[in-house]
Design a binder for this molecule. Structure first.
Ligand SMILES: Cc1cc2nc3c(=O)[nH]c(=O)nc-3n(C[C@H](O)[C@H](O)[C@H](O)COP(=O)(O)O)c2cc1C
Length: 454
């Protein structure tokens, strides 16, 4: 079995994933707006040799028929938050090896300023930055807040393709990797290695010089998680590391095969994309204790959150449907994944499930051995490259995994023991150098390459 990679799912918000576990007495996430919280989490991850912290993000809020229900404020469901790029910047100086992956939206960001911000982080962290490319599932309220037009689901991916082309030009083509000479007797930089870029796309335009020089990784490691047909096509083209929601092993295996096929269709090697499934666990020395711990997490949550939370992700007000309505009758222009994953269930079933887990899958509840077995079965059965640990409470869930489960996986030889390469891309994608593989479409925008094809 291959050596698995592990990242930690985090969110600069008191709750995440559409659940509201903040009331749990051991949950420290309500301190998310303090540097002390983040330093502690990052230190725990780095000491354990986890590959990265992933900072999710969302824009907009829960909206039920034009109103943000008071329950959202009472439970801290959707707001307030911090900007993950700022959290990542703060953690660069408190860590040395840990990868820092942040979420950024191609609907809401401006590519030129976004490219500059990411390159700045990659320079300062010496190549530890990843970008989770999202088209924004919660688009309706977010577009209202940002004052930009709402764009339909599949078109958001066309827009994202255009965004990518422009940022590749800036990251890969504007400054050659060896443009800076830093010779005090000679030149600071070589003018022949600094290029104007031109982009006149259907959605974005830019004409002129890049604002940042070539950063250690050039393009940050590209993460993606869209699972609709169009989302998968986008991921197969651009993604280097793709997150999958947790699912039964057979379904995951199908998703993995479909994504690898998309990569091949885009002219890339099937194994150039690393697949990581979200994984949640509640672990304790005995099975009974683990079940009791999990029940405490469920009991800490208020059921009324579910309607508002589901509406936040999908725009659908489940309380307005008969509970017996099949989920296959519903359609959304927001996150289609959050409707499709419940095919075969009714609206009533989903409300119950959503209260417990939100967008998260049901945790594996059990002893350290049971959890390690579940990880190995999933990884082997679905040909996964790693897992994104999604904690139910923080830092407790993370510490439990690190102290109780990780040592078993290391003993079995399926988890690495530390940082075996300097940059995030080398560790995660397995490249020899810190930059994009040659078969990645972004590599085609390198200045040298462009010159060769002229
Ligand atoms: C592990 C994981 C993490 C995700 N993190 C975010 C996030 O931080 N922000 C976001 O807007 N969407 C996030 N998503 C949602 C996906 O980016 C995507 O919008 C969703 O799967 C719907 O895909 P579709 O638009 O192709 O239907 C995440 C999905 C998964 C599985």
């Amino acid at each position: 079995m291959k050596q698995l990679r592990f990242g930690l799912f985090e969110n600069a918000q008191t709750n995440d994933s559409g659940t509201a576990t903040w009331r749990h007495p051991d949950n420290q996430r309500h301190l998310f707006d303090t540097l002390a919280y983040w330093k502690n989490i990052a230190e725990i991850c780095e000491n354990a040799g986890l590959d990265f912290i992933f900072l999710a993000d969302a824009w907009g809020w829960a909206d039920v028929n034009g109103e943000r229900p008071d329950i959202c404020t009472v439970e801290g469901l959707d707001l307030p938050r911090l900007d993950p790029a700022i959290v990542a910047a703060a953690l660069i100086s408190t860590t040395e090896k840990l990868g820092l992956v942040l979420t950024g939206s191609t609907l809401l960001e401006q590519p030129y300023s976004f490219a500059r911000r990411i390159a700045s982080l990659d320079h300062l962290s010496k190549g530890r930055i990843g970008w989770n490319v999202v088209t924004t599932g919660t688009a309706e309220t977010a577009s209202a807040a940002f004052g930009v037009p709402m764009v339909a689901h599949d078109e958001r991916y066309n827009m994202a393709d255009d965004f990518m082309e422009l940022v590749y030009k800036l990251w890969e083509g504007a400054w050659e990797p060896d443009a800076l000479e830093l010779d005090k007797e000679g030149r600071y930089a070589d003018p022949d290695k600094v290029h104007r870029i031109e982009h006149d796309g259907p959605y974005f335009r830019s004409n002129g010089y890049g604002n940042t020089s070539y950063s250690p990784q050039g393009t940050p490691v590209l993460f993606q998680a869209g699972s609709s047909e169009r989302g998968r096509e986008f991921g197969g083209r651009h993604g280097e590391c793709i997150f999958l929601g947790g699912a039964p092993v057979a379904k995951l295996a199908g998703q993995v095969a479909a994504i690898r096929a998309e990569a091949v269709a885009a002219g890339r090697a099937a194994d150039s994309i690393k697949l990581m499934a979200a994984f949640s666990c509640v672990v304790a020395p005995t099975h009974e204790e683990a079940e009791r711990k999990y029940q405490e997490v469920l009991d800490s949550q208020t059921p009324e959150v579910a309607v508002a939370s589901y509406a936040w992700f999908t725009g659908l007000d489940l309380s307005s449907y008969d509970p017996a309505t099949p989920m296959t009758d519903l359609h959304t222009e927001l996150s289609q994944t959050q409707v499709a994953r419940f095919a075969g269930l009714t609206v009533g079933d989903v409300l119950k499930d959503w209260h417990a887990h939100g967008v998260r899958t049901k945790p594996v509840v059990g002893t350290p051995e049971e959890v390690a077995d579940a990880i190995c079965e999933l990884a082997e059965g679905a040909d996964l490259d790693g897992f994104l640990l999604t904690p139910v409470i923080q830092p407790g869930s993370t510490v439990d995994f690190i102290e109780q489960v990780l040592p078993i996986l290391r003993e079995r030889g399926v988890a690495g023991t530390g940082y075996d390469a300097p940059t995030l891309r080398q560790r995660l994608v397995g490249t020899e150098t810190p930059v994009l593989r040659e078969d990645h479409p972004g590599a085609g925008f390198r200045a040298q390459q462009a010159a060769l094809t002229l």
